[in-house]
Design a binder for this molecule. Sequence first.
Ligand SMILES: Nc1nc2c(ncn2[C@@H]2O[C@H](COP(=O)(O)OP(=O)(O)OP(=O)(O)O)[C@@H](O)[C@H]2O)c(=O)[nH]1
Ligand SMILES: [Mg+2]
Length: 197
Amino acid sequence: MSEKEIRFINVKFVKSASKKEEFIDDDLPLIAVVGRSNVGKSSLINMLTNNKKMAKTSSQPGRTRLVNYFNVNNQFYLVDLPGYGFASASKNLVSSWDRVMNDFFVDNRNLRLVLLLLDSRHMPTDLDIEMLDYLAENEIPHVVILTKADKLSKSELNNNINKIAQAIRHNKDVIIPTSAQKKLGTDKICEILNQYI
Ligand SMILES: Nc1nc2c(ncn2[C@@H]2O[C@H](COP(=O)(O)OP(=O)(O)OP(=O)(O)O)[C@@H](O)[C@H]2O)c(=O)[nH]1
Ligand SMILES: [Mg+2]
C-alpha cells in the first residue's frame, strides 16, 4: 500500500445537477459511477464513504435522476449518475437521460475513470453492452464492478464472473465483485482509484 492510498476520510455532498450548465467544472478529477437503474450505484457510494445516508438509495428503480457530486478529501469528486434502462420511465425522461449523460461524457476533461456497475446475478443487458462500447469507443477509462455479490454463493459468483467477462469481452481480472450489504470490495476499489487520481 502506497502512502498516497485513497481513503474516503472527508466526504461531502456538494450538489445535484440536472443539466450541463449545472455540472461542476473546477480542477478536481471526477470518478463517475454508472449503471442500470437499481444496480446499486448509490449503495456502492455509501459503502465507499462508510455512510448509509451519503447517497439516497431505494428499492424503487429510477431513484437517482440527477448528477450528484460528492467531494472526497478535496482530492476528487465521486459522481452518482442516474441509472439507465428504467423501464417505466416516460419517453421524455429517457431522452433527458440521454441528453444529460451525453453532455456529461462528451465534454468532461476532468473525467478520470468510470465505475461501470453490473449486477453479479445477471448477464449484462443490451444497454450495459452499449454503455461499455460507448466508453471503449470514446477511450474513457473504466472498470467493471459487480454488485450484490452477497446474493450468490462463492461458486455461483465465480461462475458468473467468468460468464460476464466473456459476455463483455473483458479480462476477468478487471472485474471487481462487491457487496454493499457485506461491505466487500472497498479496498480493491481504493487501489484502483489510486491509479487514476
Ligand atoms: N443485498 C444487496 N442489496 C443491495 C446491494 N447494493 C444495493 N442493494 C439494494 O438494491 C436496491 C437498489 O440500490 P441503489 O443503490 O438505490 O441502486 P441505484 O443503482 O442507485 O438505483 P437508481 O438510483 O434507481 O439508478 C436497494 O434496495 C439496495 O438496498 C448489495 O450489495 N447487496
Ligand atoms: Mg441511485
